[in-house]
Design a protein around this ligand. Structure first.
Ligand code: IVH
Length: 708
């Protein structure tokens, strides 16, 4: 796409523009506006297509703001391909139906090597050739689209629809930065072109989007494919931009050349003879095509080998694929082979082993969590899926059940994408026989029978009876768990067993167990009793942050627990703090402050804490009393991405041991962001704050004197 000399020149031009753009109200002269646009397109390409940005997000934003200001000053200079024109504003857009230039066919599927051998045999018979050249590329798991460029400009984008007609989604597609608004087709002699491709959401963007949904108390999306296809028809293009979609373009379905002359006279001629050439053409004009992923081979055995090789590394890819696509490479031969009514004869999809299965929804159980939240859990006929047997799946809340139209007795499609927890993708109402029953949501707690409540802003029903048995037990299960007080050999099963037998009724009871009686229980030998006793003893000395986390206060995770522990001399100091006081703390927002305040205003909770102190637990902030005087004193740290040498928890502990403090978000209060592999939004955000030092794991280890 860009030669080394061009890259150097564009980068130099960028740097000189940036030095001007640093002044707040900077504009560019009208005659340099096209240069500014060219630079922005170049940096969008480096970022979204080649994945190798040359400037920071902050610097990109500076240039972008300069463009917006200049266009505002000189509106006559705005062009439809300006990078500013991605930002659509038409709310509640309608989607007109448009006919595709060439019908969008589907692919024939194959599932095993024998199917591919069969496909090759048919192609050889039809073509009369003894051996064929194939191009193999991933089958992207997203939503298919068609793009039309005319005179180098993106003029239209449509969904697949029924294959003949699709919906006009041009405004939404303009939000996707790996799709150029302008591409130099004319340089190759092409006037109009129709390109096919797939809109996808990367695994990282999907995980980020689902955690965003979780913070809004919304249920997660089932898989990146649904996330991508659901985005295409969003009413507000800005919401599309928020989802960080990507696109792979893999097929040229139609083109019209400039003026007279044939393909061989045009520069495009050398590309358009083969499928792999078409992918190169797209790549060189700035599209994300599977240029690096494709492989051209002769004969079917290397095709099979490449398909299997890709299947084995499927989980390591940054995006989801559900198979490979094998295409006859020679375009003239493709034309000769033609198509059936629904698929081309020159291509076939090789589908990977399914991670989806259908099963029956037998019943729904309602579980009470430690905060009283009622979670419906679907009980399924067990099915084997992606290496595990699945027999129950959370269905989140009432709204989710309604949206998915779930009924008891339904056939449901379930899916397990990579290491994501299984989800119900949809029910299959067409398979109903009339005996299915609606799922009745309870009005009373299934355990303590008290009435359930739901806040207006929430989707979740709750049992608010603090003495509800289910909550009491879940709170204890959380208290002893690994990340909380880490009482090994206690575990969920023992909590439940002791509670049912009346040996344990609340958290302080953990430190007053009757070991004599426990010793008489079946399965408790001398050794296991001793282990349990020792683990409970050891937990009395756990630091204050662990105790705070173990209390299970709503919205208080491990990091907030550390912030809280560091802000007081003694845990009961919180009983004297107002919500405003709490809001001053790092990462404590209104919801969190309210929840902490509520916890410490409750007399029953305070009595429990006093009791725990008399039982020898650590309510004082020991660390604060000690003068550590170490290298990282007073410095804040945040770790992001996958670390190589240390586990995340070990790295955090190491920072703290050396006097550092862990924070949960990137802000101006952060001193060091330690970056591992595949770091995402935190890194991007940190780059925009000058005072945050961005360091590698190795540099961090050197800071604490543990480097190699
Ligand atoms: S080629 C005429 N290549 O799979 C050629 N399709 O099951 C048509 N898909 O509708 C498509 N990755 O949405 C092709 N590398 C790829 C693909 C791909 C994903 C989708 C596409 C198509 C569906 C067929």
């Amino acid at each position: 796409m860009y030669s080394n000399d061009q890259i150097k020149q564009l980068q130099n031009q960028t740097l000189s523009l940036l030095s001007m753009a640093n002044e707040d109200a900077a504009l560019v002269l009208p005659d340099s506006i096209s240069l500014l646009r060219e630079l922005l397109r170049f940096h969008e390409y480096r970022y979204y297509v080649s994945n190798d940005p040359l400037i920071s997000d902050y610097e990109y934003d500076l240039l972008f703001q300069t463009l917006l200001r200049t266009e505002k000053q000189y509106p006559d200079l705005i062009t439809p391909d300006s990078p500013s024109m991605r930002v659509g504003s038409s709310l509640n857009q309608q989607f007109a139906t448009l006919q595709h230039l060439v019908p969008m066919l589907s692919l024939d599927n194959s599932y095993e090597a024998a199917d591919l051998i069969d496909f090759d045999r048919k192609v050889r018979e039809l073509s009369g050739l003894t051996s064929l050249e194939y191009c193999i590329e991933p089958k992207f798991d997203g939503a298919s689209i068609s793009l039309i460029y005319e005179n180098d400009l993106l003029v239209r984008a449509t969904t697949r629809g029924d294959g003949v007609e699709g919906e006009d989604i041009t405004n939404n597609i303009r939000q996707i930065r790996s799709i150029p608004l302008k591409a130099a087709f004319s340089r190759l002699g092409i006037r109009q072109i129709e390109i096919r491709g797939e809109i996808i959401m990367s695994k990282a963007a999907f995980a980020r989007y689902n955690s965003l949904l979780a913070t809004r108390n919304l249920p997660p999306l089932a898989n990146p494919r649904n996330a991508a296809s659901g985005s295409l028809r969003m009413k507000d293009p800005k919401e599309v931009a928020e989802r960080n979609l990507d696109a792979f373009l893999y097929h040229i379905s139609y083109y019209q050349l400039d003026g007279d002359g044939s393909l061989t006279d045009k520069p495009a001629g050398k590309y358009l003879q083969s499928h792999s050439g078409s992918l190169s053409l797209l790549w060189e004009l700035g599209f994300r095509s599977p240029q690096k992923e494709k492989k051209v081979v002769t004969g079917i055995q290397p095709v099979i080998d490449y398909c299997l090789e890709f299947e084995s590394k499927r989980d390591d890819l940054p995006y989801e694929i559900d198979g490979m696509v094998v295409k006859v490479n020679d375009i003239a031969l493709q034309d000769q082979l033609g198509m059936t009514s629904h698929h081309p004869r020159w291509a076939i999809a090789f589908k990977f082993k399914a991670r989806q299965a259908t099963t029956h929804l037998r019943s729904v159980e309602f579980q009470v969590g430690r905060t009283g939240a009622i979670t419906p859990v679907a009980k399924l006929d067990p099915v084997f899926l992606g290496g595990v047997t699945v027999s129950s799946i959370s269905v989140h809340n009432e709204e989710y059940i309604r949206e998915k139209d779930l009924k008891i007795g339904d056939s449901v499609l379930i899916e397990r994408a990579g290491d994501v927890i299984p989800q119900i993708v949809k029910s299959l109402p067409e398979l109903r026989n009339g005996t299915e029953k609606p799922i009745a949501f309870p009005k009373f707690c299934p355990v303590c029978k008290s009435p359930l409540f739901k806040e207006e802003t929430e989707a979740v029903w709750r049992c608010i009876n603090m003495e509800c048995e289910a909550q009491v037990v879940e709170k204890m299960v959380h208290f002893v768990s690994k990340d909380a007080m880490d009482i090994k050999s206690f575990g969920e099963a023992n909590v439940r067993k002791f509670y049912e037998m009346g040996l344990l009724k609340d958290i302080p009871g953990i430190y007053e167990l009757d070991y004599h009686r426990i010793g008489q229980l079946e399965g408790f030998g001398k050794k296991s009793l001793q282990n349990l006793q020792e683990a409970i003893e050891a937990s009395r000395h756990q630091p204050l942050n662990r105790l705070i986390f173990a209390l299970g206060i709503r919205f208080v995770g491990e990091t907030t627990a550390k912030t809280l522990a560091n802000s007081v001399e003694h845990l009961l100091d919180f009983a004297k703090k107002s919500e405003e006081d709490l809001l001053q703390l790092e990462d404590v927002g209104v919801k969190v402050a309210h929840s902490i305040h509520e916890f410490f205003m409750n007399e029953q909770n305070l009595a429990m804490l006093r009791k725990l102190e008399t039982l020898g637990l650590q309510l004082r902030n020991e660390k604060r009393d000690k003068v550590s005087g170490t290298a990282l004193e007073g410095q804040t740290f945040l770790f992001t991405g996958t670390l190589n040498k240390l586990k995340r928890s070990e790295a955090e502990a190491l920072a703290e041991k050396n006097g550092g403090q862990i924070v949960s978000g990137v802000s101006s209060k952060l001193n060091y962001l330690v970056v591992g592999e595949d770091a995402g939004s935190k890194l991007e955000k940190a780059k925009k704050i000058n005072t945050v030092k961005i360091i590698t794991e190795e540099e961090f280890l050197q800071l604490v004197g543990a480097g190699s």
